[in-house]
Design a protein around this ligand. Structure first.
Ligand code: FES
Ligand code: FES
Length: 160
């Protein structure tokens, strides 16, 4: 099969991979060991495969890997900072917002994309931002509470 080069930054580290032109971003990331990118519906419905591309939440099952040439990709593996959990991760733990955890990486990354562009979201805005992330276990109350708590924590740390 004809292969092509992909140069992409994943979790802050430049990578150079050989991919097939039609390979999905989901498949390439998992092949390279980023198993926090979950394979769910593979149809853009469940959000389990969510990653951030240049800060925007995308379903990696709907993107060709070739489309992220030159981009910054963030997966859940890259969110903690030197072993310190991101405030959204801490809030998910504190609020019991994860059960089986299958949806959790996608939820947290969707929440991160939201808080990066809107640090003071309303509950409705949180629900809208996470509407593409389906959960079979917790329902949505606890994850939404966790994101609101994380927003408040970050605002407190940053100050007025
Ligand atoms: S696996 Fe991509 S949206 Fe479900
Ligand atoms: S915690 Fe199990 S699917 Fe959401």
């Amino acid at each position: 099969m004809k292969m092509m080069d992909l140069r992409v930054t994943v979790n802050g580290r430049p990578r150079a991979w050989s991919i097939a032109p039609g390979e999905l971003l989901l498949d390439v990331l998992r092949r390279e060991g980023f198993f926090g990118v979950k394979r769910g519906c593979e149809q853009g419905e469940c959000g389990a495969c969510t990653v951030l591309v240049n800060g925007r939440a995308v379903n990696s099952c709907l993107m060709f890997a070739a489309q992220v040439e030159g981009c910054d990709v963030l997966t859940i593996e890259g969110l903690a900072d030197n072993g310190k959990l991101h405030p959204i991760q801490e809030a998910f733990l504190d609020h019991g917002a994860a059960q089986c955890g299958f949806c959790t990486p996608g939820m947290i990354l969707s929440a991160k994309a939201l808080l990066d562009r809107n640090p003071h979201p309303t509950e409705a805005e949180v629900r809208e931002a996470m509407a593409g992330n389906l959960c079979r276990c917790t329902g949505y109350l606890k994850p939404v509470e966790a994101v609101l708590a994380a927003a408040a924590r970050v605002a407190e740390e940053v100050g007025p």
